[in-house]
Design a protein around this ligand. Sequence first.
Ligand code: SF4
Length: 411
Amino acid sequence: MTNRVSITKVASGDVEGAVRKAVELTGGFDQLIGSGSRGLIKPNQCKPSPRHSGCMTDGDVVEAVTRLVLECEPASVVIGDGAIAGYDFAGFSTQESFDSSGVTDVAHRLGVELRNLNTDAFEEVTVPNSLVMDTVRIARTALESDVIISIPVLKTHIRTHATLALKNMKGVMPGAEKRKSHRLGLDMAIVDLCAVVRPHYAVIDATVGMEGLWQAPQDSVDMGLIVAGSDALYVDVVGAALMGIDPSQIMHFHYLGEREGKRVELDAVEMVGERLEDHRKVFTTGFDVFQSRYPEVSIVQGESACSGCTNELVSAITYMKQAGYGDQMTGLTVVIGNVDDAGTKDRVVALGKCAADLPGASSYVPGCPPKEAEMVRAIAEVCGADPDAVMATMAEARKKLWDASSDLLER
Ligand code: SF4
């Protein structure tokens, strides 16, 4: 694993050429894949979507990576993923995702097995030095692979700001496990997951990216790039920066960097190929869109604000509204990160240790990140809402979701 990350340009539609060059610039696959290797190629096949919309890894990129892997003559290769819900149903199945991205055709063309990881056998694995998940269920295909190549698409995410090669590994968690990771705190769950199944190489399909809340085609962003490297953390740092997102604001980068003794900053990366500055575009994040839907709430973010706090805030505001307290949030100010002064406002909730010293806050929620329930209670109390009613609404909504699919989830 090195800190070298390449960016290459897709010239005249030659995706394979760009992938080949990107991988070569980082030293190729020869050291990584031997004749006895069992390889898992893990694209992001989250939900059936139109090709080239930026929602899923496209078949052209999967094909190029798979060809390079096959050239190393490994013992076996599987292309595998499981759709985002963790289980399959009509209109939202893994197979439909494979079909719509072109990956099914790729697998047939190259004679490689395509595997739905939502229906794979799984094993419960202990997470070493866990943050939030002591154990996690993982698709056996991933556990039995010697080499995992994560191929995400360049995309924003409402809770984690960016969803790239590390978060892409969620696809190896079957059924309810995916939801558990959201409930426990998505950023930290990703770090726990990567303690068990850290990808050995990452290639970002940045041919077309996706911003906002993934409305196609209006949220598709043409980029025409491939990003690659052997350390998925550094590849993700570059991916985030290409979207105009400060990598330090992504909590799972932080935690993983701390764990592995790495700085999650661009100057810690050895960049090769295209210059990042020549291609950076500022994507609208999912949280930006969320925020615009709640103009009654003022969210002030300091420089140190990260996805750990914004992630939990999404739930708190959503369930306040669902509990019928939307109007009561008018005039509420929520502060995240190191803000010196939130101005003279009546109802200010300061979130997390970064905002601990905010002067004049009506309420402070400790933690890094703060606990979801404590955040909900603080916001409800400051708004004069009944915290128990909001918590009950949240529990009810989650139970409904659970009941609707429990037969499928209890695998
Ligand atoms: S307190 Fe919140 S904003 Fe600060 S680092 Fe922790 S999670 Fe991020």
